[in-house]
Design a binder for this molecule. Structure first.
Ligand code: SME
Length: 151
């Protein structure tokens, strides 16, 4: 499944659309094609503040448009620079709930020239669905986005 999405991701990043439209198209593609992806969005570092700002996303609107570094799964990844796979969100103390339907989450940081400038965040309504394949695929997606995103 992920292999077949790779050329579709590169087609989006190579298209003539503006950057936000490309990011939105990626979110929509992933939400539509990956059965266990129920909310897909990008957060980026908000200027020089120690907080994340919601960028393009596909799925239900969220109140969490600004997330301080350290808060929630997203805020922890902003500081750790590591992928964070959460098989069961209810087992996490430092978690920001967006919807009662969400069972699990994966956040993968996005690096430009080695700097953590944001992340892709995916919520799933399926318990424990994420594997190393999700991580490798989402690292690929972020590496492609890193080529077009301008902080
Ligand atoms: N659950 C995230 C907050 C963002 S929403 O999933 C869209 C967190 O704990 O950081």
């Amino acid at each position: 499944m992920f292999d077949s999405l790779i050329p579709r991701i590169t087609a989006i990043t190579a298209s003539a659309k503006d950057v936000d439209s490309k990011l939105l198209s990626i979110c929509e593609l992933l939400k539509k094609e990956v059965p266990h992806y129920d909310w897909v969005g990008f957060y980026f570092k908000n200027e020089d503040k120690r907080e994340l700002k919601l960028g393009p996303y596909a799925g239900a609107p969220t109140d969490h448009t600004l997330i301080p570094f350290g808060k929630g799964i997203c805020g922890q990844v902003a500081e750790s620079n590591q992928n964070f796979v959460v098989p069961d969100v209810q087992a996490q103390d430092n978690y920001i709930a967006c919807s009662i339907n969400v069972k699990s989450e994966i956040v993968v940081p996005l690096f430009i020239d080695g700097e953590n400038v944001g992340q892709i965040d995916i919520d799933s309504n399926t318990p424990d669905p994420f594997t190393a394949e999700d991580e490798r695929f989402l690292e690929f997606v972020n590496a492609e986005v890193a080529k077009i995103y301008v902080p």
